[in-house]
Design a protein around this ligand. Structure first.
Ligand SMILES: NC(=O)c1ccc[n+]([C@@H]2O[C@H](COP(=O)([O-])OP(=O)(O)OC[C@H]3O[C@@H](n4cnc5c(N)ncnc54)[C@H](O)[C@@H]3O)[C@@H](O)[C@H]2O)c1
Length: 253
């Protein structure tokens, strides 16, 4: 398995840290020695992840923040830096997922998807850049296999993931000559609460849905978390502007 470099004395801000991949990423970086600023809208679950992080012998900050209100992003980065005095990694993991027939998607669902999945990562990165330049740090954005293939019933979600993938490359170009690395990971289906949202979709054409069923099975959350944590540390020094497809072959054809 990929190993992050030693993160002792360093700090990571992880969004979506209360559950699923965000939790696993936070724990992976904590095992590498990083103090973690944990951000999520779900305060109760976040407290229990904070206890898991502290049990690994590092510090945890709990930030209960709604990323749909994107003005919260700048202050969240500032709070992490105020707590730990530095920022070495920003992992944008949080996302929302509303599988819908296009005609049934509400304005609010569309706008929340854009805000949480695309605008918030940009505003967090924008606020983090000055700190990451100081520490020679890294950004890791979690996108999706949905960024690389049209997916029925996911017009909003897949648009944000394609946008975040391209934002990663564009920012990597902008910071090509500076001391910061910016990368992305595009997972395939993982067994999390987010993926379970597909079950709510009524009257879907199963022949269209079958195109996103992974022929080799789901991807392990721990494997994706290990990749995100690796990219967040100096061990991944050769990676800049990359989007790693970790999807059991779902985007192969
Ligand atoms: N699960 C999959 O099959 C799959 C596939 C490809 C990509 N991804 C991506 O992986 C990442 C992690 O997803 P997951 O599967 O762990 O899902 P999850 O639902 O388990 O975790 C998402 C987390 O984001 C948080 N969140 C949602 N809205 C928020 C908001 N407004 N403000 C702050 N936090 C908010 C949730 O509370 C939750 O803890 C996402 O970016 C997702 O798009 C997941």
């Amino acid at each position: 398995m990929l190993k992050p470099s030693d993160m002792r004395g360093k700090t990571a801000l992880v969004t979506g840290a209360a559950a699923g991949l965000g939790r696993a990423t936070a724990l992976s970086l904590a095992r590498a020695g990083a103090d973690i600023s944990l951000l999520d809208i779900n305060g109760e679950a976040l407290q229990s992840v904070a206890a898991e992080v502290r049990a690994l012998g590092v510090a945890a900050q709990v930030q209960v923040v709604d990323l749909a209100a994107t003005d919260n992003c700048g202050p969240a980065v500032a709070a992490a830096v105020a707590e730990f005095g530095r920022l070495d990694a920003l992992c944008n993991v949080a996302a929302v997922f509303f599988p819908r027939h296009a005609t049934e998607m509400t304005d609010r669902e569309w706008e929340t998807t854009m805000a949480v999945n695309l605008t918030a990562p940009f505003k967090l990165i924008r606020a983090a850049i000055p700190h990451l330049l100081e520490t020679h740090g890294a950004v890791v954005n979690v996108t999706s296999c949905a960024a690389f293939m049209g997916q029925a019933y996911l017009a909003a979600y897949s648009s944000t993931k394609a946008g975040l993938t391209h934002m990663t490359r564009s920012l990597a170009m902008e910071y090509m000559h500076r001391t910061i690395r910016i990368n992305a990971v595009a997972p395939g289906g993982m067994m999390t609460a987010l993926a379970a949202g597909l079950a709510d979709l009524q009257d879907a054409d199963s022949s269209l849905l079958s195109r996103i069923v992974p022929l080799r099975g789901l991807v392990e959350i721990e494997d994706v978390a290990a990749m995100v944590a690796f990219l967040a540390t100096d061990a991944a020094r050769g990676y800049h502007g990359a989007c790693i497809n970790l999807d059991n072959g779902i985007t192969a054809g």
